[in-house]
Design a binder for this molecule. Structure first.
Ligand code: ADP
Ligand code: MG
Length: 347
């Protein structure tokens, strides 16, 4: 009888010790973020999740991003965007709710920026091929030829049937200036559903800072020096549950005849934007807003850009111009910490 009791006690002790070891390990894991890098939507993505169930959540997020790429990429023949483009001038095509939503949202930013952001820019983007293996400076006549097809007002939307079309043959849309923002919002929603409280979603410079860092502090996001290497910052902002999106001239560009040609095209000229803004950062609740706006205001130039962002509720911006001046909107002024003295913060 005694022997049985002693055995039970020993077994219990072993179980309790093991459980506490397991709990200790789990506790440790919660402090170790789960991080994954992968390639999608034309860029490198890094998802960093703090807390339990990180791996599962990241797996689901990666699948979601890949499916957005499959639906919205102009580089995949089978994507819905490619089908819309091939069908230009013809009947409207039914698309997924997601593709419809992104196109509809994109059109709002086209309007808001008075056509500086214009998703029908694709024929011109294709001509320059910036970032591809066939990038080149096109002849003026080629640009004139393609510019005729650029007009976001020719995107036809049928809300009832989730269908999209283009009015004229040879017109093409490109969601490259907005899809990453949409993807970041979707990743955030997946993480929320998985009860993740803290994560950094970085889709090639499209950042969403979810919650706080483990030490209770907000995330610090560096604003890249557009005139320098990656990882050299002009300033830092602290954010919680915010999207921080930058459109810059430093990621995708090529040089020819001593000139630098970057990938954001001014739809008025068909040439890379020469607005003097070399970096436009938008801070917002939704990343789709940040992405759509950052590309548009980059082209608008500093005065119009500041006016547009100041007129929008809950959206802030940081602009850097080629003369190394930094302008920030009123709501982010106290938050922005300059950390490079070569740059001047405008009052
Ligand atoms: P990144 O892709 O570097 O994050 P953006 O969000 O600013 O930068 O998007 C740039 C992409 O948007 C280009 O590569 C091109 O596909 C597309 N694009 C270029 N010019 C325009 C424009 N005026 N309006 C809408 N999309 C554009
Ligand atoms: Mg953008």
């Amino acid at each position: 009888m005694n022997a049985i009791l002693i055995t039970i006690v020993i077994v219990l002790i072993v179980v309790i010790v093991n459980m506490s070891v397991l709990t200790f390990r789990k506790g440790n894991n919660e402090k170790q973020p789960y991080e994954k890098k992968f390639y999608s939507l034309g860029t490198i993505m890094t998802l960093t999740v703090y807390g339990k169930k990180g791996e599962k959540a990241v797996e689901e997020a990666e699948k979601k991003i890949m499916s957005i790429d499959d639906e919205m990429s102009v580089f995949k023949d089978y994507s819905q965007v490619s089908r819309i483009n091939r069908n230009a001038g013809g009947k409207l095509l039914p698309v997924s709710e997601e593709t419809y939503f992104v196109i509809k949202k994109a059109i709002q930013f086209c309007r808001m920026s008075k056509g500086a952001f214009d998703i029908t820019i694709r024929p011109i983007v294709g001509l320059w091929g910036i970032g591809s293996d066939h990038q080149r400076v096109p002849r003026q006549s080629e640009i004139d030829d393609k510019l005729k097809f650029v007009n976001y007002k020719d995107v036809l939307l049928d809300e009832k049937n989730n269908s999209v079309g283009l009015k004229y043959k040879n017109q093409e849309i490109d969601l490259g200036g907005i899809a990453k923002g949409y993807a970041a919002d979707q990743v955030k929603n997946i993480f929320l559903n998985k009860h993740i409280k803290s994560a950094l979603i970085n889709l090639g410079g499209n950042v969403f800072a979810m919650g706080k860092k483990l030490n209770g502090q907000p995330f610090k996001i560096g604003i890249q020096n557009p005139l320098s290497e990656r990882g050299d910052f002009v300033g830092i902002i602290s954010v919680m549950n915010k999207s921080v999106v930058t459109s810059g001239n430093y990621e995708r560009y090529f040089k020819a005849d001593g000139k630098r040609f970057q990938h954001i095209i001014d739809p008025r000229t068909g040439y890379p934007s020469e607005s003097k803004i070399i970096s436009a950062t938008i801070i917002s609740d939704l990343s789709i807003d940040g992405d759509g706006l950052s590309t548009g205001v980059y082209i608008l130039g500093i005065n119009k850009a500041l006016n547009l962002i100041q007129s929008l509720n809950g959206i802030e911006a940081i602009f850097i111009t080629e003369d190394k001046k930094i302008s920030v909107t009123s709501g982010i002024k106290d938050n922005f910490q300059l950390c490079n003295e070569e740059f001047i913060l405008e009052e």
